[in-house]
Write a protein that binds this ligand. Structure first.
Ligand code: NAD
Length: 486
């Protein structure tokens, strides 16, 4: 698309999307969206108020009965059309994601393909919400179990995958027969607004998908969670905000799915194929410049191979071209905002103060925008703060180990449990270690686990519930048991 500007997307909505209409905020508030590569303002978007949030819930409630009664086959075909429209518009969507989020175009293209697949997968699942029938053990009656839509859903998404985190929720919700209000992250509302347009073009009826950009996120989400019509919250974001929302949801006992933070360990055993391990590390660490909940956050490498692994990793990271996400030759874009870049800098400074050695990078480049250099840290002490927090940047801290049990213990020594990675040439050993790792997902000789057909989610404080796969739709369905005699 050459030099991309927003004017190239003629139908990009900048208002709230409520009940199939584009409307300004009730109090006329707006907020600016910035380009992370320069800090410049790229758009001004309607800033939803509490009144607007309740109007969006009313719209979702108004559409709920008809949507739940729409034939599963028809819901399926609408989702299939949404998949095709996303694929047709993938270049525009990728440029838009790069522009507002900062990620490099190859990452943005990957995200669009991944995001669209949730519509295809749930188009296929929409017709498979099967229940069951059995004879009660007493023989007195039959146990009939139906699957019914859980009801009106509030969906809250982060900025790091503005398209995929939305489709991973909207796809199964619509397939199950639920109507939704989506509140996208305020750093990246534009992709969500374009997704609303795509869904409308695919034939989603007015009110089924409402999109409410809002900078007053606490008040807006709280108001929706206290509206008795809302039955479900699906949240993806930090554990810190997740805890707040679980408390808010408690007041009306709202059903919660939580996809929260991670702190993924990446284990390289002494028998690992180092070419594979470095390839996997580049994906697990550098996809999205490290701004992924699944990002490898801590590298535990066997002492026999640590020097060689770190040398090769640093060589590959040094070769990455850093620049604005929307430039065709960029491989690593800027981080999303100043706060993120400052946090990465402070974590690296802390690790160095703790005794870590910088092998590569270790600074913010001297240019406008929110950049951080690809960085490799060696000899990171096991107690260093950088190993306990999500870095969310292109920084790889390496810790060595000699004993496998010690590596597993360190990997599990965190309140998070989203994903772990293991590299070994011995598959039986890899399976044994995978079973011992306390995380919802394991990449075994794989640096990428995300797949719309697989159940994505975490243990411990990384979340509750699963997205994707067959399990993903169950989160939007409720079992209804009918005790019946005939
Ligand atoms: P965040 O928690 O700051 O924000 C997430 C969303 O919640 C945004 O829409 C934000 O506006 C909203 N929000 C913020 N404060 C709120 C409040 N008080 N009440 C209601 N809503 C509020 O997270 P982020 O910075 O946007 O995203 C990064 C985080 O998301 C990381 O921790 C990352 O690990 C996590 N994440 C998890 C997954 C997963 O599937 N487990 C996927 C992507 C990102």
């Amino acid at each position: 698309m050459g030099d991309f500007s927003l004017d190239q997307i003629a139908d990009l909505p900048l208002e709230l999307c409520i009940g199939g209409k584009q409307v300004p905020a009730s109090d006329s508030s707006r907020f600016d969206v910035h380009d992370p590569a320069t800090g410049d303002v790229i758009a001004s978007v309607a800033d939803g108020s509490v009144d607007d949030a309740l109007a969006a819930v009313a719209a979702a409630a108004g559409a709920a009965g008809a949507w739940a009664a729409t034939a599963p086959r028809e819901r399926s075909e609408i989702l299939r059309r949404a998949f095709e429209l996303m694929r047709d518009r993938s270049d525009e969507l990728a440029h838009l994601i790069s522009l507002e989020n900062g990620k490099a175009l190859p990452d943005a293209r990957g995200e669009v393909a991944y995001a669209a697949e949730f519509f295809r997968w749930y188009a296929e699942e929409a017709v498979r919400a099967s229940g069951s029938v059995m004879t009660a053990p007493s023989g007195a009656n039959r146990i009939v179990v139906l699957q019914q839509p859980v009801g009106i859903c509030v969906l809250v998404t982060p900025w790091n995958f503005p398209a995929a985190m939305a489709t991973r929720k909207i796809g199964p919700a619509l397939a199950a027969g639920c109507t939704v209000v989506l509140k996208p992250a305020s750093d990246t509302p534009l992709t969500a607004l374009l997704m609303a347009k795509i869904l409308e073009d695919a034939g989603v009826p007015a009110g089924v998908v409402n999109v409410l950009p809002a900078r007053r996120s606490g008040a807006v989400v709280s108001a929706m969670l206290h509206d008795p019509r809302v039955r479900k919250l699906s949240f993806t974001g930090s554990t810190e905000v997740g805890r707040v929302l679980l408390r808010e949801a408690a007041d009306q006992v709202v059903n919660c799915s939580m996809e929260l933070g991670g702190n993924a360990p990446f284990l390289v055993l002494d028998d690992a194929d180092l070419d594979d391990a470095v390839d996997g590390a580049m994906v697990a660490k550098m996809r999205n410049a490290g701004e992924a909940c699944t990002a490898a956050n801590r590298f535990y490498v066997h002492a026999d191979v640590a020097d060689e692994f770190s040398r090769r990793l640093a060589e590959r990271m040094a070769a990455l071209r850093v620049g604005p996400g929307t430039s065709d030759d960029t491989e690593i874009g800027p981080l999303v905002n100043e706060e993120s870049a400052a946090k990465v800098a402070s974590l690296v400074a802390g690790a160095v103060a703790d005794g870590a050695r910088i092998v590569l990078g270790g600074a913010r480049p001297d240019r406008a925008g929110y950049y951080y250099e690809p960085t490799v840290l060696l000899d990171v002490p096991r107690t260093s703060g950088i190993l306990g927090e999500e870095i969310f940047g292109p920084v790889a801290p390496v810790v060595t180990f000699t004993d496998e049990a010690d590596a597993i213990r360190m990997a599990n020594d965190t309140e998070f449990g989203l994903v772990s990675y293991v590299y070994t040439s011995d598959l039986a050993r890899g399976m044994r270690i995978s079973e011992a790792l306390d995380s919802g997902m394991v990449g075994l000789n794989r640096g990428l686990v995300s797949d719309p057909a697989a159940p994505f989610g975490g243990t411990k404080q990384s979340g509750i519930g699963r997205e994707g796969g067959h399990e993903g739709m169950l989160d939007y369905l409720e079992s209804k048991y009918i005790a019946v005699s005939w």
